[in-house]
Design a protein around this ligand. Structure first.
Ligand SMILES: [Zn+2]
Length: 120
């Protein structure tokens, strides 16, 4: 590559220009920037799954019919599975709020389904 400071031809792997001492680590800096840019986007799926978890809870509060309750169960299950997989994949802390919300939605929807199927 070419040194940005003195335009001398230098090794691709050199961190510093041997002629003028200018720091030449663009690749490393690029990787750092990409890492930082990836951080906010990694939080978006977490927010979406939290929203879907809430949706599952809301469905369980207004159990209109079996189809809606079943979709509430599926949503709660999906959120639980997705949250666990994401936390393993990205090695970040498990989102406790999302897990709790999804678990509440899942449990109350299952209760409604059992109630509708066996009691009514
Ligand atoms: Zn140089």
């Amino acid at each position: 590559m070419i040194c940005k400071n003195c335009n001398a031809e230098i090794s691709e792997t050199a961190n510093y220009c041997p002629y003028c001492g200018f720091r030449t680590t663009p690749k490393l800096e690029e990787a750092e920037t990409k890492k930082q840019q990836n951080l906010p986007s990694a939080k978006i799926p977490g927010k979406i799954s939290l929203l879907i978890g809430f949706l599952s809870v809301i469905i369980s509060l207004i159990p209109i019919n079996k189809t809606l309750i079943v979709s509430g169960i599926i949503l709660g299950l999906l959120v639980l599975i997705f949250t666990v997989i994401e936390s393993i994949k990205h090695k970040h802390k498990l989102s406790t709020i999302t897990i709790i919300v999804a678990a509440i939605g899942l449990a109350s929807n299952i209760s409604w389904l059992l109630f509708i199927t066996y009691v009514l």
